[in-house]
Design a protein around this ligand. Structure first.
Ligand code: SF4
Length: 966
């Protein structure tokens, strides 16, 4: 590990005294030269306790310490490699008396600080907060105020400074914040506690008092500084101060850091000199490629395979490979599943990231959410019942929810019911109820205690432990839950933390990086899965950036903080904000890419098979001039695993065009792998009744619409009836339709007031996942939908509502209901379907199948003969305002198709042609029973992803034994 400095680094090593700024891009050796300087200072006889290397994260601290201990080859208990807060803590411990404390103040952990702010805000009188009084009780507001308090202290702004600037800028609401800031500090002072930012501010205030505490200070990543850190370094007055940073590397502004201290270093530190490191010590031109896959699952499978290939064929250790995602979320779960399925060992060194995405931790987090968020329980109940906590089938769980609703309870009441459960299921549910009740009793007080009860009492814990004794997969799953336990333990180290505060801190900052931790030995033989921010300062042989699409790179949608300190200095326009956000995103992307020594691979896919913003490949990749290539598939490549080899040789064996000798070799290979032809299930015919699923076809528009999207979704939802979750949006739609129908039939007074009164009387808050959602929809119905309907359709002449039809077409029965048939001046009718969802198909009503089916229904069903001729068909979107080009009398968006005599024939042909095609498809499916997923389907709302082979969570029903994967 001999360090061979380049000439610029030599100047840094030889720097004797005074301030020095070291700048350089990624790979120029800034961190390395700081470590070497520290080692040489200690070797030259400097007291290790009077020299400190200050780094940004715990991970960097651990890496720096272990490098130095190896380099110095001796154990140095006083070796000072510390984070910024570690440095501040040492200063405060040494100088607490000068700050007026009787003992070093206790530092509030982040969840504790949040709870303290929330409590104090709840106790504030709303009349003292003219601007924000209505928000005082909201946890979201408490979080914004918490961030305000941190940012103010990091910027060394006192309550008086904020008051003065707010008055000057005319920002009334900030005066309320400044007053609270003062009271918050008084409370913390009285309790002799500080929060993290206060710790730094206090250290800065005490640093200049007394003899200097350090002779030499070295500070890394100074581009992520704060005003408080700058003041602390200046007032510590070490004999030498060397700070290093990348002038183009500032990317953590969302955590409150700024590159201002680095830019004004020469100004603030008299006599400062500067060294720019110009030699890049990494491979200057890593190979860069970009792959595009048709689907997310294909993208993840290609990534997993490429990692394995790089490891196997190029000999790159697992630990030298990194996969970068933009954020936590569904996509990360799918990627992890793909890595696990491909047997790629992986570790997530950002704890928040790992815990929220880990399948094994999911049941425990679900239980904690259940305990802490009673308002969310209706939305959680189905997941709770079908998770490892209760292990009910989706159908059974939904049966319980229906039974609860039928009994007038909220959906969450399903947990208390046993309807239709087997004795074993009822017993398991009873056990879960008991454990949750016990944990509930302590949830407001202690997450540690609540987690202890869950871990000790839940059956899934026992199963995890048993599984860990018999398989490596089981051990990995247990590891994830142990990691959750460690985080719970650490969050409650200093004092008790309620479950709600723990969840808030765990879920904060989904953009990452999460709470960082040192995965220790686990990282050695495992691929790192990191957020983009988590890669900063790290180096790998190969970096794979997954999801390189707009919306991820750049990600411009992160919410702005409610209180942005820049507005105290000057007004900030949205375009300025966007520009600076984009610049920061560009820097971040450069840093992610710069972390690769040899190769960078960007991957992207079209997540919904449609042109959404998220589907567009990243502009940053395009700006680099890279061409997107199709992601390779397994079938194109040499096998890397036993299962891939078995599949390839089976394909060769089955291919009659392959020479006989090669086919024989394939047999030998398969036998050598121990492949058992008796288990080649796809060789066998399916068992069945030998009778078609239906003797005749009965269909409707909604069934055909689903078929048009995806045959697999159609069979699961429509033929097997597995999609019985109506959801609250459907309930709202049903309610609005019923009220309109009752009004048309004279059961409700035909006035806006009559309609609204009916909606208020029939509203059922328990249908919604929370009160807030219920209120939002209630307002939508009474303020927008019903008044809009009344203005447009109230005065008109309605001939019929909710008209059932049934007509024969191509030897099939087509059925359905028409919402409204209205009269048209001069004779004929117009057919209307009311929509309560988002407006679609506004531009092309002539292509809308639903309108076409209704048109045919009136033209062909005998019972509707009196409503002919149809002069127009329309979809009326009750919640959408009218679009450009609609008549001024319209009160909502309408997709309208007038049917003029001249176009009647052509329209009818188009509709019958499309209907024929779809009914032919139904007939074909009934005959072949071959229902395939559609790679171009709109899968966004599909509930069958866990059963769909196009999605990673569509897990194998019969997974291959573990040895077959290696
Ligand atoms: S998830 Fe699968 S089943 Fe559902 S619509 Fe998409 S392709 Fe079809």
């Amino acid at each position: 590990m001999e360090f061979l400095p380049d000439p610029d680094q030599t100047r840094v090593l030889e720097h004797a005294r005074g301030p020095l700024l070291v700048t350089g891009g990624p790979g120029t050796g800034k961190s390395a030269v700081l470590r070497e300087r520290l080692a040489r200072l200690i070797e030259s006889g400097v007291d290790p306790e009077r020299v400190a290397l200050v780094v940004r994260t715990d991970g960097a601290r651990a890496a720096g310490r272990s490098w130095l201990l190896e380099r110095l080859r001796s154990s140095l208990p006083g070796l000072r490699v510390v984070t910024v807060h570690g440095l501040a803590y040492r200063v405060v411990v040494a100088r607490f008396d000068t700050l007026g404390y009787r003992a070093p103040p206790r530092v509030l952990a982040a969840p504790e600080q949040f709870e303290r702010v929330h409590e104090l805000l709840l106790a504030e009188p709303p009349e003292g907060w003219p601007a924000y009084g209505a928000l005082l009780g909201l946890r979201g507001f408490a979080d914004q105020v918490r961030q305000f308090l941190l940012r103010a202290q990091e910027a060394l702004l006192s309550p008086e400074d904020i008051e003065a600037r707010a008055k000057e800028a005319g920002l009334g609401g900030w005066l309320e914040l400044a007053g609270f800031y003062r009271r918050y500090q008084e409370v913390l002072d009285a309790e002799e506690t500080v929060d993290f930012a206060g710790l730094l501010a206090q250290a800065a205030a005490a640093a200049g008092q007394g003899e200097p505490l350090f002779d030499h200070l070295l500070v890394d990543d100074y581009q992520e500084g704060t005003d408080a850190l700058e003041r602390l370094l200046a007032d510590l007055s070490p004999r030498s101060l060397v700070v290093a940073g990348d002038p183009d590397g500032h990317v953590f502004s969302f955590q409150g850091t700024t590159d201002r201290p680095m830019r004004r270093f020469a100004e603030r530190f008299t006599g400062a000199s500067q060294v720019t490191l110009g030699t890049c010590h990494r491979s200057p031109e890593p190979k860069v490629e970009a792959w595009f896959a048709r689907h997310g699952s294909e993208e993840h499978a290609a990534v997993a395979r490429e990692l394995r290939r790089t490891h196997v064929e190029e000999g790159v250790p697992w630990g030298d490979l990194a996969v970068v995602v933009r954020r936590q979320g569904e996509e990360l779960g799918a990627l992890l599943r793909a890595l696990d399925d491909a047997g790629v060992p992986r570790v997530m060194p950002e704890r928040g990231l790992s815990l929220l995405a880990e399948p094994a931790a999911h049941p425990y987090l679900l239980a904690l959410r259940w305990l802490a968020r009673p308002g969310d329980r209706d939305g959680l109940i189905e997941s709770l019942l079908t998770s490892d906590l209760a292990r009910l089938s989706p159908a059974t769980a939904r049966g319980l929810i229906r039974a609860a609703r039928g009994a007038g309870q909220a959906a969450s009441g399903a947990l208390e019911r046993d309807d239709g459960l087997s004795p074993a299921e009822a017993e398991a549910l009873q056990e879960l109820r008991t454990v949750l009740d016990q944990a509930q009793a302590v949830a407001d007080r202690s997450v540690l205690e609540a987690f202890r009860i869950l871990w000790g009492g839940l059956a899934c814990s026992r199963r995890l432990v048993a599984e860990a004794e018999t398989s490596s997969t089981g051990r990995r799953l247990l590891d994830a839950v142990v990691a959750l336990g460690e985080v719970v333990g650490r969050s409650a180290e200093r004092s008790e933390v309620p479950v709600s505060a723990f969840l808030e801190s765990l879920e904060a900052g989904r953009e990452g990086p999460g709470l960082s931790w040192d995965p220790g030995d686990r990282a050695e033989g495992a691929v790192r899965v990191l957020t983009a921010h988590g890669t900063v300062g790290q180096e790998f042989d190969t970096v794979v950036v997954v999801g390189a699409v707009e919306g991820n790179f750049p990600s411009l949608s992160r919410p702005e903080p409610m209180f942005d300190f820049t507005v105290l200095e000057h007004p900030v326009s949205q375009s300025e904000r966007n520009r600076s956000r984009l610049e920061e995103e560009r820097r971040l992307f450069r840093l992610v890419t710069g972390g690769a020594r040899r190769r960078v691979l960007y991957t992207a896919s079209d997540p919904r098979g449609v042109d959404t913003e998220l589907a567009a490949p990243s502009r940053f990749v395009n700006e680099a001039g890279l061409a997107w290539e199709d992601a390779p598939t397994v079938a194109d490549a040499e096998p890397l695993t036993v299962s891939e080899a078995a599949a390839a040789w089976r394909r060769r064996l089955a291919d009659r065009d392959v020479p006989a000798a090669d086919r024989l070799a394939a047999v030998n290979g398969l036998l050598a792998l121990g492949s058992d032809p008796a288990r080649w299930w796809f060789q066998r015919d399916w068992t069945g009744t030998d009778r078609p699923l239906h003797e005749s076809i009965r269909t409707s528009y909604s069934k055909l619409d689903k078929l048009d999207n995806c045959a697999l979704q159609y069979v699961l939802a429509e033929e097997l009836g597995l999609d019985d979750r109506a959801g609250y949006q459907a309930w709202v739609g049903h309610l609005v339709h019923r009220i309109i129908e009752d009004c048309e039939n004279g059961l409700i007074e035909r006035t806006p007031e009559g309609l609204i009164a009916a909606a208020q009387a029939r509203w059922r808050e328990e249908e919604f996942p929370s009160f807030a959602v219920s209120e939002a929809f209630r307002r939508l119905v009474v303020d927008r939908m019903l008044p809009a309907w009344f203005r447009m359709y109230g005065p008109g002449r309605t001939l019929a509502t909710e008209v059932r039809f049934d007509f024969e077409f191509d030897e099939a029965q087509v059925t359905g209901y028409i919402d409204r048939i209205g009269a048209v001046d001069g004779g004929g009718t117009v057919i209307t379907d009311f929509k309560t969802g988002k407006a679609r198909d506004l531009a092309t009503p002539e292509d809308n199948l639903q309108l076409g089916v209704y048109y045919l229904a009136v033209e062909r069903a005998e019972e509707l003969a009196q409503h002919r001729p149809v002069r127009g068909v329309e979809l009326a979107f009750l919640k959408e305002p009218p679009k450009q080009g609609q008549p001024p009398s319209d009160s909502m968006a309408v997709a309208q198709l007038p049917i003029r005599p001249a176009m009647r024939k052509e329209y009818e042909e188009a509709v019958t042609g499309r209907l024929s095609e779809l009914i032919g498809e139904v007939r074909h499916l009934i005959e072949t029973e071959n229902y395939r997923p559609n790679p171009r389907a709109d899968c966004f709302f599909c509930r069958f992803k866990p059963l769909c082979p196009l999605f990673p969570e569509g897990a194998e029903l019969f997974p291959a034994p573990e040895e077959a994967r290696s």
